[in-house]
Design a protein around this ligand. Structure first.
Ligand code: PGA
Length: 262
């Protein structure tokens, strides 16, 4: 696992304009103290990334791109590359379910993006997760197996330690439908088992795995308490700086408590 540090990511999706994003960052920086055991990552729209990168204190918050194209430059109208994001973001999302299902991104896109992020010194966050239909057909394990196999196909066992996996059941995203901690624990176990199969036991233990899907301040620490969960991705509840800061504070308190209990 990623050590004692928990990662809490705010996924703003297609919300907050330049002015709102700047105000939000200002507000959040007054609400959240720098803690060694919690890394806070903000994923604003691409439009606001550059100006936030000038405003942000990188010791307090890191930045993530929600998406990018895998080629470094060329005639790709409307796209932004990882090489252009270099120096602006520290992380980049790959294959969020909204990219896979609304924009029809393919497995080939995912693996090329993972390689492009690594090539440009950006930590890739590869999203995996089953749909409601796949869950009702007991296919969660197979889906995770296939998404990891293809998303990580171009990666060496040396590179895999620099990748983050985010497990988000598609049916739990933005719906208020909570995945049970037991189901999440099983999925996280399946993810680590597949990483072990592909890259070995050491890599399976070391890789950072996050959970996301309708997480709120009330449920956040239940998910963080699951063995093998190293952090959370928060969508709707990251749009309110106060609510998001509650989740970050709880993560800090939760890990401080876990340390005392040994
Ligand atoms: P949600 O979104 O918290 O609104 O369910 C999570 C995500 O899409 O990453």
């Amino acid at each position: 696992m990623a050590g004692d540090k928990k990662i809490i990511i705010g996924n703003w999706k297609m919300n907050l304009n330049l002015h709102e994003a700047s105000l939000y960052l200002h507000k959040l920086s007054n609400l959240i103290q720098i803690r060694r055991d919690v890394e806070v990552v903000l994923a604003p729209t691409v439009l606001t990334l550059q100006s936030l990168s000038l405003q942000v204190n990188l010791r307090q918050f890191k930045l993530a791109a929600q998406n990018f194209y895998w080629r470094d430059h060329g005639s790709y109208t409307g796209e932004v590359s990882a090489s252009q994001l270099r120096g602006i973001v520290q992380y980049a999302f790959i294959g969020h379910s909204e990219r896979r299902h609304i924009f029809n991104e393919t497995e080939k896109d995912m693996r090329n993006k993972v390689a492009a992020a690594i090539r440009n010194g950006i930590c890739p966050i590869l999203f995996v997760g089953e749909t409601a239909w796949e869950k009702s057909n007991n296919e969660t394990r197979d889906v995770l197996h296939d998404q990891l196999n293809s998303g990580l196909a171009n990666i060496t066992s040396h590179e895999v330690k620099d990748i983050i996996i985010a497990y988000e059941p598609v049916w739990a995203i933005g719906t208020g439908h909570n995945a049970s901690p037991t189901d999440v624990a099983l999925a996280i176990k399946a993810i680590r088992a597949q990483i072990e199969h592909l890259f070995g036991e050491r890599q399976a233990k070391a890789i950072t795995v996050l959970y996301g899907g309708s997480v709120t301040p009330d449920s956040s620490n239940d998910y963080l308490a699951i063995d093998g969960v190293d952090g959370l991705v928060i969508g709707i509840d990251s749009l309110n700086a106060f609510t998001f800061s509650e989740i970050v504070k709880k993560a800090h308190k939760g890990s401080a408590l876990a340390k005392i209990r040994g």
